[in-house]
Design a protein around this ligand. Structure first.
Ligand SMILES: NC(=O)c1ccc[n+]([C@@H]2O[C@H](COP(=O)([O-])OP(=O)(O)OC[C@H]3O[C@@H](n4cnc5c(N)ncnc54)[C@H](O)[C@@H]3O)[C@@H](O)[C@H]2O)c1
Length: 311
């Protein structure tokens, strides 16, 4: 299979690139290196440095017959989306519109999209399933939901589309220097530096933390399917973890004292209070199941992080 992979210099995209290459696929990565790193692009992948937020970007794509596009490039930070919402719209939603049109015009049959739990907003019943009405609370969530709708329209025109609504993905390789995205990696960065951990919002908020290898299995499984019965799928563990429980588990994994200093800062109006996934549809229709517990996943991530020379 020949895959055009956007965001392949980032955390999730670089994992996907390595696995695709290992499985014998040809991979072309497009990334503007805004949060991703050139060193994350694996040997064997073609690399095009390109900003997908620019309206004329697609003319720089090679005219080879791709079998699929995996669109993971995005401005991925909720706080940044509040600072520069128009850029967020261009980088996240407009890029999806352009790429999906490009696929239709160039006979690329398959499109997988990196959607997010951020599309849901604050919900009242848990776990959250794919069919509820989505009222995102952040510009980022609006852009991701808009992308899903652009893809729904493209699917009506014949593009085979699947959006994976990933919950809070974590694991080795996450950017510990980026304090704008990734709850697990942000707290871990402070803990590794021995600094008190600032928590923006309540310690009682909860999330669904899903390990990178489980997420990768979902992407690879879906890519093998010419189409999926549904357009959107939750990719989480189906288990809620409160922020203070996450911190306690990270502190334990690092063998730090249980009274390690943590302080709460006022929350953001764009933040979601709590969410965890209903993964019944993903299990039934994708034959996918998360297997890594939070404790095991954090153990692997901490082992990786402590082996790094500097944070
Ligand atoms: N990490 C999570 O918990 C999570 C959860 C849900 C959804 N997602 C989505 O998954 C995807 C990958 O997330 P990640 O955690 O690996 O983030 P990341 O920031 O590590 O990766 C995103 C990549 O996209 C690139 N990029 C950003 N804007 C671009 C642009 N305009 N043109 C080209 N490249 C651009 C970045 O340089 C980076 O390499 C994103 O779409 C993100 O929104 C992530």
């Amino acid at each position: 299979m020949r895959v055009l992979l956007t965001g392949g210099a980032g955390f999730i995209g670089s994992y996907l690139a390595r696995r695709l290459l290992l499985d014998g696929h040809a991979v072309t990565i497009v990334d503007n290196l805004s949060t991703g790193k050139r060193k994350n692009v694996p040997d064997g992948a073609d690399f095009i440095e390109l900003d997908l937020a620019q309206s004329d970007c697609l003319k720089f794509l090679p005219s080879v017959p791709f079998d699929a596009v995996c669109h993971l490039a995005a401005q991925s930070s909720g706080p940044v989306s509040a600072e520069i919402p128009y850029y967020d719209l261009q980088a996240n939603a407009a890029s999806t519109l352009l790429l999906s049109r490009w696929c239709l015009q160039n006979h690329v049959p398959r499109f997988l999209y990196a959607s997010s739990m951020a599309i849901y907003g604050n919900v009242e019943s848990f776990p959250v399933c794919e069919d509820i009405i989505c009222l995102p609370r952040s510009y980022y969530g609006v852009s991701k939901l808009t992308s899903e709708h652009f893809l729904r329209l493209a699917s009506q025109e014949g593009l085979s589309v699947t959006s994976l609504r990933m919950f809070s993905v974590y694991g080795p390789g996450q950017n510990l220097g980026n304090l704008n995205q990734g709850m697990v990696s942000i707290y871990l960065a402070y803990l590794l530096r021995g600094e008190p951990v600032p928590v923006t919002g309540s310690l009682d908020r909860f999330r669904d933390f899903v390990y990178i290898d489980d997420v990768l299995d979902a992407w690879l499984g879906v890519l093998q399917m010419p189409s999926t019965p549904s357009l959107v799928y939750n990719i989480g563990t189906g288990k809620p973890t409160k922020v203070h429980e996450l911190l306690a588990a990270q502190i334990a994994a690092l063998h730090l004292p249980s009274d390690y200093p943590i302080y709460e800062l006022p929350g953001s109006s764009f933040d979601q209070f709590g969410l965890y996934a209903d993964v019944q549809r993903s299990k039934a229709e994708l034959n996918w199941q998360p297997v890594i517990s939070l404790e095991k996943g954090l153990e692997k991530m901490v082992a990786w992080a402590t082996s790094q020379k500097k944070v």
